[in-house]
Ligand binder design. Structure first.
Ligand code: ATP
Ligand code: MN
Ligand code: MN
Length: 366
């Protein structure tokens, strides 16, 4: 008999490339998860996200319910949806959500940079249904982020290509090295996982000299401003304090200095040309860029935390907590049994502390 290794319930014990053999089913699950999220129903939302993640990791396409018998994280509801898709090519419940006015409107509003589910819900309850409704309503007060979101909506909602990510890397690379010769720059987020397209480009920037990283982001921001390519900047200074660990709630948001930017990218800077609408002759586009700047001794944790995917991160933390009695976040790894922090200079060190096989960034598309 051939022994097939069982699929783990944890994404951090699975290898998930960008190749998805079950896209029709996982897309359906993601619609359901998002719909539950809009209705603040956490349990089923998480269940559908987990189920989608399991199916994304399979090197084969699910073509019968029997084939899913040994898979983790699939309950009655998820299996019913799979069954319907296998039989009819689509699921009634998903079709119903996709044609639902509330879902459509919340989806539209949350696609604007700076608009989260809370704001979208507020606008929906006021009877607003379109962007022109929102912009014409005098009782709506847009913050600076949302104003920028509407201003650059077309560009920001269009995917960023790998070639554009490379061009942005050159721009950031030039800036950080002009400022600090010992600067360290690393691509992170979806592009580090090998994705062809992303909604933004994420970088970690720091300096080998501890403490020098504190002035790095403000100086990069000043430089980009002088170059005339900074269209928007939301800078958040560091609130990181090692002496307060691990008393912070171990959560997704970290305390490192970071900035959420919108940059102007010139077509001449992108080898393959800009990824813009056909017939658009502006010669430039706006792109979302995130920079995070941890101190060098936190580098491995920040890199692991910002590389994603979100589901991979969630399961790494859950695995650490449940299986190892450890707390992992973007700053540190804490062993609750030994009551001590575990040091790491590379991601491999962190996987080793957790007793996990190393998973390459391009295998973390959970
Ligand atoms: P996409 O192609 O859509 O950008 P992505 O995986 O790069 O996909 P991002 O939203 O850019 O998605 O997030 C990248 C990683 O950074 C994720 O793992 C996420 O957990 C982390 N992250 C994003 N925003 C923050 C934040 N404010 N604080 C801490 N971590 C964050
Ligand atoms: Mn990203
Ligand atoms: Mn990002």
């Amino acid at each position: 008999p051939t022994a097939v290794a069982p699929v783990s319930q944890y994404a951090c014990q699975r290898r998930t490339t960008t190749e998805n053999n079950n896209k029709i089913i996982t897309d359906a699950f993601e619609v359901l998860a998002e719909s539950y999220e809009f209705n603040e129903i956490e349990g089923p939302c998480l269940a559908f996200r987990r189920a989608a993640s399991v199916l994304k990791s399979l090197p084969w396409a699910v073509c019968s319910l029997e084939a899913t018998l040994d898979l983790p994280c699939l309950g009655e509801h998820t299996k019913a949806v799979i069954d319907e898709i296998l039989q009819c090519g689509r699921a009634f419940e998903v079709e119903k959500i996709l044609s639902d006015e509330r879902y459509q409107t919340l989806k539209l509003f949350t696609s604007v940079f700076g608009v989260g589910p809370k704001t979208a819900e507020k606008w929906y309850r006021r009877g607003l249904r379109s962007f022109s409704d929102v912009l014409a309503d005098h009782s709506v007060q847009l913050n600076r982020m949302q104003q920028t979101g509407f201003l650059h909506y077309g560009d920001i909602s269009r995917a960023v290509s790998k070639a554009e990510a490379r061009a942005l890397r050159n721009i950031i690379d030039e800036a950080v090295h002009a400022i600090a010769p010992d600067a360290v720059l690393a691509l992170t987020g979806g592009f580090r996982r090998g994705k062809e397209f992303g909604h933004d480009v994420d970088f970690i920037v720091t300096t080998t000299e501890l403490g020098k990283e504190e002035s790095l982001l403000p100086r990069i921001i000043r430089r980009l401003t002088k170059q005339g390519i900074l269209l928007y900047c939301d800078y958040q200074a560091s609130t990181f304090d090692m002496s307060k660990l691990p008393s912070y709630r171990f959560e997704a948001m970290d305390h490192f200095a970071k900035c959420f930017l919108i940059l102007r990218l010139e077509g001449s800077q992108v080898e393959e040309g800009l990824h813009i609408a056909e017939g658009d002759s502006r010669g430039w586009r706006a792109v979302r860029v995130d920079l995070v700047s941890p101190p060098m001794d936190r580098y491995a944790f920040a890199l692991l935390g910002w590389s994603g995917s979100r589901q991979f991160e969630r399961d790494l933390r859950r695995f650490a907590r449940v299986e190892r009695h450890m707390l992992l976040d973007n700053h540190a790894l804490y062993d609750k049994t030994k009551k001590e922090f575990l040091a790491a200079t590379t991601e491999k060190d962190i996987f080793a502390h957790l007793g996990l096989e190393y998973i390459e960034p391009w295998q973390r598309n959970a």
